[in-house]
Ligand binder design. Structure first.
Ligand code: AHG
Ligand code: MN
Ligand code: MN
Length: 356
């Protein structure tokens, strides 16, 4: 572990990686880091305050909003608003994208997509939760930023990161030049570089998915799961099953130890559960930058056509060789017919309705 290099210092050092940048991205990352510290403070004392439980409202996904979902959303939006570098926030907790007041954001170049609190059903039981963010460059050159600015494919991300509020709090991010992790030192209130140049092992022995949905899984996933559970000394099977139910925490563990996280399509959710824009794309960008792989079982997540804000996708993400193996099973047992492929494409483009 290096000396105490704080997130702020690290961001400034790395600014020279982008010779034409004027520091806006650095400021944006710094603002996200500050909001994360405020959210961390509330998450840490959640049991002591009247901040556990539901607000009594439902978000566009039909999920009960937790008080901390709403609090975290407000903190990130407020930090991004006052920063002046961001013109639109697209959040899991808002039906539509949130335009930042034109006066503040006239010259703002960036769009932020965010899952303010990931794994929120774990809040009430003191289990790790997270935040996921994704940053895009604004496409429009004048006037108000629009939905088209938000609906960019994952390959266009300029930065992405997550915060994990766990046994310690960490912020992990990439700007497309590797992945670095920072641990919050509560005694000085700073994120300090603790995991420089993070890489995910090429192989692993952990599989992570909600096995309770087994009966609804595609055959390819069922067969892959059985493959994971069969004894084979050469490949260290049977593998270990670990599922926290907070994507950030499950993916973070696999990043460090090696493993695969799968949230497949199910018969009840034919497009998967997780959201492409603020869950799958950012996590895919980070894991790819760490040397791993992220697909929907067939195609690369970051290349998927983004057609709506809350669009869902299946995801297979983690150690490269494990994801490749799972894809083999998908091709063999859950191959899409040309008609199904065409239908999926239309669904993705929003031409015909899938369930969202
Ligand atoms: P969120 O709390 O932002 O809605 O996300 C929850 C997600 C993800 O974090 C997790 O991997 C998954 O939902 C768990 O879903 P199941 O309860 O269906 O396993
Ligand atoms: Mn989430
Ligand atoms: Mn969430």
């Amino acid at each position: 572990m290096q000396g105490l290099l704080t997130l702020g210092q690290f961001i400034i050092e790395k600014q020279s990686d982008f010779p034409y940048a004027k520091g806006e991205l650095s400021r944006l990352l710094r603002d996200i880091g500050i909001a994360a510290k405020i959210v961390n403070r509330e998450v840490n004392k959640a049991g002591l305050m009247d901040i556990l439980g539901d607000v009594g409202t439902v978000n566009i996904q039909g999920e009960n909003q937790k008080k901390l979902d709403v609090f975290a959303n407000e903190q990130f939006i407020s930090a991004l608003t006052s920063g002046g570098e961001c013109c639109i926030v697209a959040s899991e907790e808002n039906d539509d994208f949130v335009p930042i007041d034109a006066e503040v954001s006239k010259n703002a170049k960036y769009i932020v997509a965010i899952d303010p609190l990931d794994g929120s059903s774990n809040i009430d039981v003191n289990v790790a939760v997270g935040t996921i963010f994704s940053i895009y460059r604004r496409k429009s050159t004048d006037g108000k930023a629009t939905l088209e600015d938000v609906l960019q494919n994952g390959t266009e991300q300029v930065a992405a990161g997550y915060v994990i509020y766990g046994s310690s709090t960490m912020l992990v991010y990439t700007t497309g030049k590797g992945v670095n992790g920072f641990t919050l030192d509560p005694s000085i209130g700073e994120f300090c570089l603790s995991h420089p140049n993070m890489t995910i092992p090429k192989d692993g022995t952990i599989y992570s998915l909600n096995e309770g949905n087994y009966v609804h899984f595609p055959d390819g996933v069922k067969k892959y799961l059985k493959y994971c559970q069969v004894e084979d000394q050469q490949t260290s099977r049977p593998y270990t099953s670990r599922y926290i139910g907070s994507m950030v925490a499950d993916v973070h563990r696999n990043m460090i130890k090696g493993g695969i996280f799968i949230y497949p399509t199910t018969s009840g959710a034919p497009n998967g559960k997780l959201r492409l824009v603020y869950e799958c794309n950012p996590m895919a960008f980070i894991i790819e930058q760490a040397g791993g792989r992220a697909t929907d079982g067939y195609n690369r997540i970051c290349e998927k056509e983004v057609s709506s804000l809350h669009q869902r996708s299946a995801i297979f993400i983690g150690s490269e060789n494990m994801v490749l193996k799972a894809e083999e099973f998908m091709r063999q047992y859950s191959a899409l017919t040309p008609d199904e492929k065409a239908e999926k494409k239309l669904e993705q483009m929003g031409v015909i309705g899938g369930i969202d």
